[in-house]
Design a protein around this ligand. Structure first.
Ligand code: IMP
Length: 188
């Protein structure tokens, strides 16, 4: 049964899985064609939203890799980005001279990923690329060079497959437009 806060399912579990499989092949083919230090790509997932995407992606990523995670803050219980980013969990390894792939759930204004990319570049990696499961290009406030993207969607607030509203709904197996009219006086 559909969650009562769901207005419309945009992407089914099956569509997401098929696309992530394609991305896994495309991205691993790319790294196979490159000179990669220690033949290892460091995947840096942005918590918490990356978890379902990262789990599906690494199963389909046919190239040697290490997984690292960072946690940064942006939205806090609202559907609007504040643009203020704080690092809450830092990388556990040096990425100097390494090939890095930043794994993000969704890109909206671009402010989070812009900040994190600059933060990573300051640690002198050989290369940083960005992959996101979902892109909302109409929401952009800063330009982002998105190297790979699962889906482009309209500028609506979505939940599921790692995407939350107020820390809930990350576990929905699909990506859906959230019924924001219901949120103000919603009782969890
Ligand atoms: P940006 O900094 O505006 O690009 O937003 C990036 C972060 O905002 C993502 O990592 C998500 O945590 C959150 N976000 C942006 N759009 C949505 C959405 O539609 N649903 C849930 N979270 C979102």
């Amino acid at each position: 049964m559909q969650h009562p806060l769901v207005k419309e399912i945009l992407l089914s579990k099956e569509e997401i899985e098929t696309r992530v499989k394609e991305l896994g092949k495309e991205v691993s083919d790319y790294y196979k064609s490159q000179q990669v230090k220690d033949n290892t790509v460091i995947l840096v997932g942005l918590l918490k939203g990356c978890v379902p995407f990262m789990a599906k992606f690494i199963e389909n990523f046919d190239y040697q890799c290490q997984t690292e995670y960072m946690k940064v803050s942006s939205y806090e219980g609202t559907t609007q980005s504040t643009g203020k980013v704080n690092v809450l969990l830092d990388l556990g390894v040096s990425i100097e001279e390494k090939t890095v792939l930043l794994v993000e759930d969704i890109i909206d204004t671009g402010l989070t990923v812009q900040y994190v990319k600059e933060y990573l570049l300051a640690r002198k990696p050989k290369d940083v690329k960005i992959i996101a499961l979902v892109d909302k290009p109409e929401g952009r406030k800063v330009e982002v060079n998105l190297d790979w993207c699962g889906f482009s969607i309209p500028n609506k607030f979505v939940v599921g497959c790692g995407l939350d509203y107020d820390e809930r709904l990350r576990n929905l197996p699909y990506i859906a437009v959230c019924d924001t009219d219901k949120l103000d006086d919603w009782k969890w």
